[in-house]
Design a protein around this ligand. Structure first.
Ligand SMILES: Cc1cc2nc3c(=O)[nH]c(=O)nc-3n(C[C@H](O)[C@H](O)[C@H](O)COP(=O)(O)OP(=O)(O)OC[C@H]3O[C@@H](n4cnc5c(N)ncnc54)[C@H](O)[C@@H]3O)c2cc1C
Length: 563
């Protein structure tokens, strides 16, 4: 449908061809809708009201929507700072320190994505739940936006403040209590996972699952999901939370779990920071074990995915995932915590895998490219990449007696060294198991179109039926049972300069696949706010919006992320 747009004050007036045509025809207008005096007829026009904070407007990102200029827009509008001086005065009187120097504020100007930029009016480093409570109470009274930030590993600017307060949670990073017998830990939520791992390791313990990077925080991760290579077996990081201390948007300090204040718990877990600031968390932990890793190589994405899903369905390994170099070299990794599980895999499942060993795969690739000499550039790239990346996964300092000592360190180093760049653009899709091959193949075609080189990372997420209420409006696709599968589509930037428009068009193309397939978003890197209605539908979004309005009357907490 063809549309035209006019800016009328600060209101957009959109004309849809069907309605406009009749009016234009009646006035003797030409094909473009203009009459002899070149006046554009807009009789049957659609008024788009100005969007207040906390209003999720009509879908602005449909591919055919001219108001869809938002498809290309990463930064939201900046808060105008009206009540800032009075707000700061109130906080200072209450003993809350607010840093306003440009140097401090500038530290938080962007996130890991490096495409969204914003400056807070001031920064508060979280020190205690009582202090966070005072901050939120004053923010409600003065209607000052508060953006919470853990490690700042979002890629769509969700942890960037466009004015207002940036609340830096890393000031709350202490482990409070380890219960080695009960296998739980109570920790402040600003701690990075590797800091938590260090303390647990001294007790012979480990966390269950966490993102494969060093600098995401516990609180930020419980809000977005958290996927590890053992998520196909253990679920996501958010599933490991037993209880939380939360400061609600109106400043109440509340303990919540599935049995205490359950509704708040359900909304805060996987809630993208909309319903409260997580200040403490009780997590399940487990005895620490080094792991033994196996790699299988494929040239077909769909075959590798089918094998991955076969292993997951049969609980054949403790860790599983797929990491690729474009769609040419597809690596299925499986790993084990114990010699017994490894032996059972070798006896029952390894023979069913259709992948090759390293040598077999090298021969296969040599044959493939010998018949396609015009693709020699691609072959050389694969070889260079293999030579650079493979040793990273086998560094002797992280291995003892053939077993990997710390998967998080190994993977995190590799991620930042060989994938990291000034821009991290990581759109992702999550689907039920049966739609996953199609989603990955379609996403792969988009990557090929937009970038010379890229990588895909696929893992399963075991869903817990009893956690269904936690998953509502999250990265877990609605109605999915058993396992959800997620794929991250990550271009290799390799020092090239791409416009923000190019990155955004790429992300839109991936997100559009998700909408088309009824998928959700894995939320490695977040999802553009504009897609919320297209993905989840009006009924669900409006229900959550009503809950948000009730919980956060001034709509101050993380306002640019979802609502
Ligand atoms: C290179 C790279 C690799 C990654 N690898 C993985 C991976 O393997 N697995 C995976 O799951 N993800 C991965 N991610 C995504 C990232 O780990 C998650 O987004 C992450 O867990 C977020 O943690 P964070 O502390 O950085 O949160 P932030 O980015 O700081 O915040 C995330 C969201 O939560 C809110 N928030 C933060 N802290 C709190 C709090 N205490 N209370 C309430 N709301 C809060 C923020 O406002 C924001 O909306 C990766 C990202 C990058 C850039």
């Amino acid at each position: 449908m063809v549309q035209s747009i006019d800016v009328d004050g600060d209101r957009n007036t959109i004309t849809r061809e069907t309605g406009a045509r009749k009016a234009a025809d009646a006035a003797g207008a030409d094909e473009a809708g203009y009459d002899s005096r070149r006046t554009l007829h807009r009789t049957a026009s659609l008024k788009i009201p100005p969007v207040e904070p906390g209003v999720v407007g009509p879908c602005p990102v449909a591919p055919d929507a001219l108001q869809g200029i938002k498809r290309q827009q990463t930064n939201p509008a900046r808060w105008n700072g009206a009540a800032w001086p009075a707000f700061v005065a109130e906080l200072r009187a209450a003993g809350v320190e607010v840093a306003e120097s440009a140097a401090t504020r500038g530290i938080f100007a962007t996130d890991a994505g490096g495409t969204a930029y914003g400056m807070p009016h001031g920064v508060v480093v979280a020190r205690s739940a009582v202090q966070v409570s005072a901050l939120l109470k004053a923010a409600q009274a003065h209607r000052v936006p508060v953006t919470v930030r853990g490690g700042g590993l979002t890629t769509e600017g969700e942890s960037v403040a466009y004015g207002g307060v940036l609340l830096d949670m890393t000031g709350m990073s202490r482990v409070l209590k380890i219960d080695a017998a009960g296998l739980t830990v109570r920790t402040e939520a600003g701690i990075y996972w590797h800091g938590l791992a260090e303390e647990l390791r001294r007790e012979g313990l480990d966390y269950l699952s966490a993102p494969l990077n060093m600098t995401s925080s516990v609180g930020g991760t419980l809000g977005v999901g958290g996927i590890d290579v053992n998520s196909a077996r253990l679920g996501c990081s958010a599933d490991q939370a037993l209880a939380l201390q939360v400061v609600t948007p109106t400043g109440e300090i509340v303990e919540c779990s599935d049995s205490e204040n359950a509704e708040l718990f359900q909304r805060v877990i996987l809630g993208y920071g909309q319903f409260g600031v997580i200040t403490e968390a009780t997590l399940r932990v487990r005895p620490y074990t080094p792991l033994s890793m196996h790699y299988y190589y494929y040239s077909s994405l769909s075959t590798a995915i089918e094998d991955l899903q076969m292993l997951d369905r049969n609980d054949a390994s403790d860790y599983s995932g797929i990491l690729t170099i474009m769609d040419c070299a597809v690596n299925l990794l499986v790993a084990f915590d114990s010699a017994e599980r490894e032996a059972a895999f070798r006896a029952n499942w390894e023979g069913r895998l259709r992948g090759y060993g390293e040598f077999g795969f090298a021969l296969c690739m040599a044959g493939h490219y010998a018949l396609r000499p015009w693709r020699i550039g691609e072959a050389l790239y694969l070889l260079r990449r293999k030579q650079a990346v493979f040793p990273e996964f086998r560094r002797p300092e992280f291995h003892r007696e053939g077993r990997m000592e710390d998967r998080t360190v190994v993977f995190s180093r590799a991620v930042w060294k060989h994938w990291g760049s000034r821009n991290m653009v990581i759109p992702d899709l999550a689907t039920p198991a049966d739609k996953f091959v199609e989603a990955v193949e379609r996403g792969n075609a988009v990557c090929r179109k937009y970038f010379r080189h890229y990588t895909l990372y696929c893992v399963g997420i075991r869903l817990r039926p009893e956690h269904k209420p936690h998953y509502e409006m999250s990265c877990v696709p609605p109605g999915t049972e058993g396992w959800a599968y997620g794929c991250e589509f990550e271009p290799m930037i390799e020092g090239e300069v791409y416009s923000r428009d190019h990155f955004q068009s790429f992300k839109n193309a991936i997100y559009d696949i998700g909408v088309d397939m009824g998928a959700s978003y894995y939320r490695f890197g977040g999802m553009m706010k504009g897609y919320i209605r297209r993905v989840f539908g009006d009924a669900l979004v409006d229900r959550h919006l009503a809950m948000k309005r009730k919980a956060d009357p001034a709509m101050i907490l993380n306002r640019d992320v979802i609502f």
